[in-house]
Design a protein around this ligand. Structure first.
Ligand code: GLA
Length: 728
């Protein structure tokens, strides 16, 4: 619900459990008053002013020296206002000055969710309660209007935000920073929680106090990146997994981003999420408008677990779309770790045939099926089937796979090009590089300039040529290098700052076209594993390969971090061979299955090389995965241990919405001789109910499992247990 009180200027957005409040003040500046637990009333008392030295006053405040934007909690701070904290918005006027004065102009409340041009956005399902508001702020001198767009998903407890900038003036403006969301908490001690990482070790939890100064994370790599994820949390110092106030912020975008947390001189905390100001500028001619990507925000007074579950539900219901949204995803086998580039038709069929015996439902043919692609040094961009290597057409191969009762999936890396490719020889000017300069290589490949429509059109046609001529049910969309040497031949010198955002718009355009043309195609995202794991991609890709690291023990950490922002249904996870390709670690087959099962599930190995016992387990694992799917992928998810803090175990569970079923998993990350016993307290059960734990053949009350806890079997390194709980 959204209420605007014209008299007081108070604008209140409310969801089932939260309230978000702003105020248009007497000088028509937009203040941020409150975001937190649902609460009636107004919060105007939180704005206090004092005569502050070195904090200037707006011209029309006259001699009112206590009125300074430098000390007020603001909703959308801009450069040029004598507020010296980090701005959310910076623009350059035709005379070169950087400044504006954004004052409230209009407010429009509606029940229609906004969309953004060329960008992914959340959407309301039929019958869902949604209200939106467009608050416009105008800079009278330049004619720039900034529209702050809010979507209030009442029952989901999520508030979305986005920004549209319109040039209603006569001159050409340059946008230098357009953040999508910003707010100031007037007081309090907060921690900033972010998820850092690296290739093959993504989304590691990090919590730092917001102290005086500024803490920022982001990406300038052209992808949201392995290094920092565009999901962050602001938590009160006391907040933890199951208690305390916290706010989560998702950026619905897959390219460069910047997330900032700043504590001001007067103790307020500002949080900003959006496009970065580095490597960005946008020329806005008279009559034009610019849409900045969407942000999702949620608040919980019950700690991180509640926040995660709010986002899990929202991503499943209001971000994911299309055919696979509510469908169980097929159990797949991917040939990458089994063969790398070294395969032929017989090899692929032998993998598929063996896997099909145990119930694997799809073969995914990874890198190496096209052009001259015998290694990672050549061939990208030449999406022509290598019929010699495949012993025939892709149509024939997919038919043979289908005849085994399996679906067929295929790997692409659409945005990339090898120097050693026919495409590069034909169009050397299609790559991203700075004229007359040497460029950086990465995995021997370069990036196509997707800011150019003709380049996107070409790749679309090449891909559809392949997809139309074989029975392909799934695409793995990869992206294996960062963007460097940023320059587009198609843009003028003044517009080069638009390149990286335009690249992203081109990528989304290609995804949108493919989703429209092949509505039942399952797309799995990938960027060297989890280098582009974000809610932007999840609007097109139903699942994302979580990491190139398939080691079950490392995966416990990676999936733990990922689960803060993202639901299990999106996490690509496979059982691979041991010793593990990335770590050399040997873990039991059972543990590898238990860790992959809460994800999208599949295998990344040659089943012909497995022991009879492991093969038997495949069958069992698939049966369990299918049986558990509803609970583990649509239930509530609980992290039961922090593997970063307590390095001995990793434990989690999923509980059905009606609490009648639950699945509990624990993995021994390490073990010691004469070890201390490890106990875990379960979560989310009905305390009154009596649960049978199938594997223990025992009954417990929910209360005894949640408040008392359960001992884990006496330790052996890398062992796991999976318990199925049910009650009548
Ligand atoms: C990336 C992916 C892998 C695999 C290779 C193929 O590294 O993350 O899963 O597809 O590319 O080159």
């Amino acid at each position: 619900m959204i209420i605007y009180n014209k008299e007081s200027g108070i604008i209140t957005l409310s969801t089932k459990n939260t309230t978000y409040q702003m105020q248009v003040d007497k000088h028509k500046y937009l203040m941020h008053l409150y975001y937190g637990k649902k609460a009636a009333g107004d919060f105007g008392q939180l704005i206090t002013g004092a005569d502050r030295g070195f904090s200037g006053n707006p011209f029309d405040a006259g001699d009112e020296r206590v009125y300074s934007l430098d000390q007020f909690p603001l909703e959308f701070p801009f450069r040029g206002s004598a507020d010296f904290r980090t701005p959310a918005f910076v623009m350059q006027n035709p005379d070169g000055s950087k400044g504006c004065d954004l004052r409230f102009k209009e407010i429009n409340i509606s029940d229609k969710k906004y969309t953004l041009r060329g960008l992914p956005t959340s959407y309301a399902n039929d019958g869902e309660r949604i209200s939106t508001v467009d608050i416009s702020l105008a800079d009278d001198v330049s004619g720039i209007e900034v529209h702050l767009l809010y979507g209030v998903f009442e029952d989901r407890d999520v508030i979305t935000r986005a920004v549209r900038v319109c040039n209603k003036g006569k001159g050409e403006m340059k946008l230098l920073k357009v953040s999508s969301a910003s707010f100031d908490m007037p007081f309090g001690d907060y921690d900033f929680i972010t998820f850092h990482g690296r290739h093959a070790m993504e989304r590691q939890f990090q919590r730092v106090p917001v102290e005086h100064g500024k803490y920022e994370i982001g990406s300038l790599r052209g992808a949201s990146s392995h290094q920092y994820n565009p999901f962050v949390m602001l938590a009160e110092r006391e907040a933890g997994e199951y208690a305390g106030d916290c706010i989560g912020i998702h950026f619905v975008y897959s390219g460069n981003f910047l997330a900032e947390a700043e504590k001001s001189q007067y103790g307020s905390t500002r949080v900003i999420m959006g496009l970065p100001d580095d490597m960005f500028s946008w020329s806005l001619k008279s009559g034009e408008s610019f849409d900045a990507p969407e942000v999702l925000m949620a608040y919980s007074d019950k700690g991180f677990s509640e926040l995660s579950n709010i986002f899990h539900e929202f991503i499943r219901e209001n971000i994911e779309r299309g055919y696979w949204k509510h469908r169980r995803r097929p159990v797949l086998i991917n040939n990458w770790e089994a063969t790398y580039f070294n395969f032929d038709k017989e090899k692929l069929i032998s993998i598929a045939r063996e896997a099909s015996k145990f119930g694997v439902e799809m073969l995914v043919l990874d890198d190496g099926w096209f052009g001259k692609r015998e290694s990672d040094t050549s061939g990208l961009g030449d999406w022509k089937v290598n019929t010699k290597k495949l012993g025939g057409t892709l149509g024939e191969l997919s038919k043979e796979i289908n005849d085994l009762g399996m679906k067929f999936g295929l790997w692409f890396e659409p945005e990339m090009i090898s120097e050693d490719s026919d495409l590069f020889r034909a169009h050397p000017d299609w790559v991203i590089r700075i004229p007359d300069r040497d460029y950086s290589r990465s995995r021997f490949q370069l990036v196509l300039d997707f800011s150019r429509k003709e380049v996107v059109d070409y790749i679309f046609n090449e891909m559809t040529e392949v997809l139309d001529n074989a029975n392909i049910a799934y695409i793995k969309w990869d992206m294996n290098r960062s963007l460097t040497d940023i320059y587009s031949k198609a843009l003028s010198a003044e517009c080069q700052g638009e390149m990286m955002h335009r690249f992203m718009l081109g990528t989304y355009d290609l995804l949108e076209r493919l989703c429209t043309r092949y509505p039942e195609m399952l797309i799995e995202g990938c960027a060297g594993g989890g280098g582009r794991f974000d809610t932007g991609m999840l609007a097109y890709e139903s699942q994302i390969w979580c990491s190139d690291n398939t080691d079950a023990i490392d995966r416990c950490l990676i999936q733990y971090g990922t689960s803060f922002g993202y639901p299990t249904i999106t996490m690509g996870a496979h059982v691979s061979a041991v010793p593990n390709e990335q770590t050399g670690r040997v873990t039991p087959f059972e543990t590898r299955g238990a860790v992959a099962m809460p994800g999208t599930f599949g295998y990344e190995l040659d089943p012909n090389k497995l022991s009879e016992e492991d093969k038997r387990q495949i069958q069992e694992q698939i049966d369990t995965f299918i049986e558990d799917y509803e609970v583990s992928h649509f239930g509530r998810y609980y992290r039961l241990s922090d593997p970063f803090e307590k390095s001995e175990i990793s434990a989690w569970m999923s509980v059905a919405k009606d609490k009648k079923k639950a699945i509990f998993t624990a993995v021994a990350l390490s073990a010691h001789a004469n070890d201390i016993p490890h106990f875990v307290k379960m979560r989310g059960l009905d305390p009154e109910a009596c649960y049978t734990v199938k594997e223990l053949q025992k009954e417990f009350t929910g209360a005894s499992l949640m408040y008392g806890g359960l001992p884990l079997p006496y330790g052996r390194e890398y062992r796991s247990v999976m318990y199925h709980l049910s009650c009548e």
